[in-house]
Ligand binder design. Structure first.
Ligand code: GRF
Length: 203
């Protein structure tokens, strides 16, 4: 459809963020169409969600490649062939290789369950809890060659409450992730984001 951006999503697991994006598209909150769900994990529930929404699923099964480089090459080939305007990492549990970063610089975003630059990498929620912070949250950022280090688009915060365990905090953050990711995608699709140095300017 004219004016609609093409979005590809890369996910490894449950896919609740992917679902939030699909719901936002369906409700007209994001002027885009999802052209494919890509996964490294043949058992990802995200793939079931895609099939239920009639979105093509491409599995590039990491375990079937002899090396990380081979896997990355195959994934890059698939991603390029669907020609997305934006590549969304929605619970993609691998580090994105430099060839993919290069190809999609400025048009690849990631959702991370912590207020970056605090607590990058795995288990952001657990790291926050163990550090004893009083406020936690989530971040959507452009992806560059630094792990969870690219320019920040949207952040949302939640309180850390007495008695929180990792599960309780993760659930509170996840609710905000489901708002944050569609919001960032909408801003991108409306052409309202520009990257200036480390900053993302929102018009
Ligand atoms: C989310 O917490 C996301 O921030 C992180 O991995 C989790 C994926 O959850 N990168 P889901 O697959 O979207 O439900």
């Amino acid at each position: 459809m004219a004016g609609k951006k093409r979005i590809a999503v890369l996910a490894s697991g449950r896919g609740s963020n992917f679902q939030a994006v699909l719901d936002a598209m369906r409700d007209g909150r994001i002027p885009a169409t999802c052209v494919g769900l890509y996964t490294d994990n043949p058992k990802a529930y995200a793939a079931d969600r895609a099939r239920a929404a009639d979105i093509p699923v491409t599995t590039v099964d990491y375990s079937r490649f002899a090396s990380r480089e081979e896997y990355e090459k195959a994934l890059l080939r698939e991603l390029v062939s669907c020609n997305p305007d934006l590549l969304v990492l929605a619970g993609y549990m691998r580090i994105v290789g430099s060839e993919i970063v290069k190809e999609f610089t400025g048009r690849m975003i990631n959702i991370h369950p912590a207020l970056l630059p605090s607590f990058p990498g795995l288990h952001g929620q657990r790291q926050a809890l163990e550090h004893g912070v009083k406020v936690a949250g989530c971040t959507v950022h452009f992806v560059d060659e630094n792990l969870d280090g690219g320019p920040i688009i949207v952040q949302k915060c939640v309180p850390v409450l007495e008695g929180d365990d990792e599960e309780a905090l993760a659930a509170r953050i996840l609710e905000q992730e489901h708002r944050c990711l569609p919001e960032a995608i909408r801003l991108f699709c409306e052409g309202r984001l520009s990257i200036v140095g480390r900053r993302v300017i929102i018009r």
